[in-house]
Design a protein around this ligand. Sequence first.
Ligand code: SAM
Length: 160
Amino acid sequence: MILRALEQLTRTWKNGWSLIDLGTGSGILALAAKRLGAGRAAGIDNDPAAISTAKSNAQLNRIGGVVFKAGDVRHWRTTRAVDIITANLYSDLLLEILPKLKRGRWVILSGVLRSQAKEIMAAMRRNQMAIAKVKRRGKWILIVARRARRHEANTARPAR
Ligand SMILES: C[S@@+](CC[C@H](N)C(=O)[O-])C[C@H]1O[C@@H](n2cnc3c(N)ncnc32)[C@H](O)[C@@H]1O
């Protein structure tokens, strides 16, 4: 679901955009980003085995230039703005790191239970993110948001 959202979002973009994937696991999103036209792409995971798998996947698929780092997303800091931040993490962790996600021009969140959607979306709005799209699959939802302009209304509702 998140990969499709990434592909749809960037389909018309000029190559060279940037992405950071928080909780990268096997690295699939950061690697796909590079294939879709990202200039800078990076993935962070607190599981060293995941980082090692992500690096192997980059080699196996001959995708260079993606930076994979072991670390806790709670300690992630960046001074550079980034075009897209993806995060497929459980809701409590998403809520904790949400203020940092404002560094992203676009944010794609998944791993959110439908029952927690309202709370997450309210927190996103408080953090100046405008909800652009909400997708549901079973009990899970995915949220695409962009950095809000001033006084922007948020009207997107979970898809049925
Ligand atoms: C559901 S998987 C997502 C994998 C991949 N991004 C995807 O969408 O298929 C969540 C990943 O987040 C990582 N993770 C969980 N808590 C984390 C934390 N505090 N800091 C960094 N990574 C974390 C886990 O190790 C796991 O690889």
